[in-house]
Structures are given as structure tokens and as C-alpha cells.
Ligand binder design. Sequence first.
Ligand code: PMV
Length: 320
Amino acid sequence: MDSGTGRAHGKAILLGEHAVVYGAPALAVPIPFLTATARATRVPCPDDGGEGISFTIAGPGPAASAPLPGDGTRQMLAEFREATGFSDDLCVDVVVDCAVPQGRGLGSSAACARAAVLALADLCGFGLDAATVFRLVQASENVAHGRASGIDAVATGSDSPVLFRSGVVQELSTNFEGRFVIADSGVGGSTKEAVELVRRRFEHDAQAKEEFVSRASGLTGGAVRDLEQGDLAGLGARLTENHVLLQELGLSTDRIDRLVAAALMAGSPGAKISGGGLGGCVIALAGGPGAAEELGRTLREAGATRTWIVPMRRLASHVD
Ligand code: PMV
């Protein structure tokens, strides 16, 4: 075969971002309609021997951070060879068509890496198991994020909401009727910078770290119960509380805070920043489809450059 394809999608973190890097649980939902599709095509190797892999990302908006940095890609390829035992010369063009906006906390780097790994595996005829795909995506993510928990590597390939803790994944099957409105603040943030900012903050303050991790863990655990019990108000309150925790760490921005306030003023049960922070998106809870549409409108009027509605229920998607 001369070409292979791979697919993945975006994700949004409901609760637990940053704390998940330090062993707390976090909850994420897949966004199946924000897709990353990669095609890997074998090309003739140069006459002087050796191999060459070129990556091109085609997608919306300017990059706030390159989704597949050179070092991350090299690391991922080295691990790909190790995992598969593949030793032929490999000269390939990989083109990733990425609808996941970059620098918005929606998992663009992991989605691109996952799609690329699957396209390379398809090209070379390898059926990789989930653990190997995770490891290869993580090789790239650890470079993109500095220190990646692994939640993005998992959630960008899952068709269910996931509870993730220290590499252990629980796919949640939920009948929760609520919807999440994701609102783009219009300003990108670098997850790597945000993770580094938190690391520096905690380096000299072990107590602050312990408190943050413990409070975020409690909120995420409570949110899982809220989902089981269909408690919209309870879940909303925890989202907003988690926003305050992230705000206290300096991860929010004025624009994001304004969007959170607008959502709450409009009657949303809860809202917060989502993902790495220092920009990016707000995630706000809504009840039925009408309320979600209305909340989206309100957030756009309050300055969001675009909004998406994500239901919590298991979604039919391209994930097999
Ligand atoms: O890709 P983002 O911006 O949603 O960030 C991922 C979440 C973090 O907890 C900030 C980092 C990580 O690796 O878990």
C-alpha cells in the first residue's frame, strides 16, 4: 500500500485540567465533529539514501503552538520504529487536515499526533493496540506540553466521556441530558507555558500544590456523581468552583473571566475555562438544546468568536 489514513478528534476538559498532571482525576468529553484526518503517502527516497518524513498541517486559524513540533515528531517516529520493529527506509509525506483549532485547549496537538500515528500504522500495515497508540501519541505530547498527563492522548480517540487518572482510563456511559457550550475567547494560549507556569508555582509551595490537587480531585469526583444522578445544578456549581481554582493559579484571562460571568448571568448552572488556559475556551453548562443555543448566542454577544454545542451523551462518531 502506498498510502494510509488515520483519524482523531478534538476534546474538551470538563474538570481537573492541570491537577491531572499531578495525579488527580480529570473528566473530558470528545468533540467528534472537530476532526483531524491524516494521510501518509510513501514517496521515493532520495538517491543518497536515508529517510525523510515531512509533516504538513492544514487547518483553520494561525498556530498558537505547532501541533507536531519537530522534536515531538522525531520522538514519536523513534518510538514507532521501536514499537513495530519497522526497519525499512521510510520516506513519507504526512498531511493532517485538522479542524481542531490550535491553542484553544481543544486537544489539537494530540488529535494531529493521533491521526498521524494511525496513518503511519495504516501505511505500514500495522494494527496497533490502544496502549501502543497512546504511548506514541504521548511521545509527541510530552514535547508539545512539556509534561503531558495523557488525558488528551486518550480523549482525542474516545467516543465517550472519559475519566482519566495517572494513565488509567474509565469510559463513562451516561444518560446525562445536559449540553456543554464551548466558547472560543478568540485568543490562543500555550499549554506548554501554562503547564510550566503551574510547575514553577508549585516548585516552591508544596502546600499550594497539595491543596489544589485535593480540591480539584474532590470536584471531579463529585462531578462524576452529578452525572450519574443527573444533577445539573450540582455539576454547574463544581465547574464554576474549578474555574476559581484555575483563576487563582493565574491561568485565566480577562476575556475568559468575562465570558464565564456572561454565562452565569444568563442562567448557566456553571462555567469555567477549559484546557491549558492563558487563553483558549470557556465551557459552560446548559440544559436542553434550546437553552444551549441561547447560551451560545449570549456568549457570542459577550465576545466569543465562535461557539460549539457538545452533548454529554455517548455520541455516534467515526471511532470504531
Ligand atoms: O491541550 P490542553 O490545552 O487542553 O491541555 C491539556 C490539559 C493539561 O492538564 C493542562 C495538560 C495535561 O497534559 O494534562
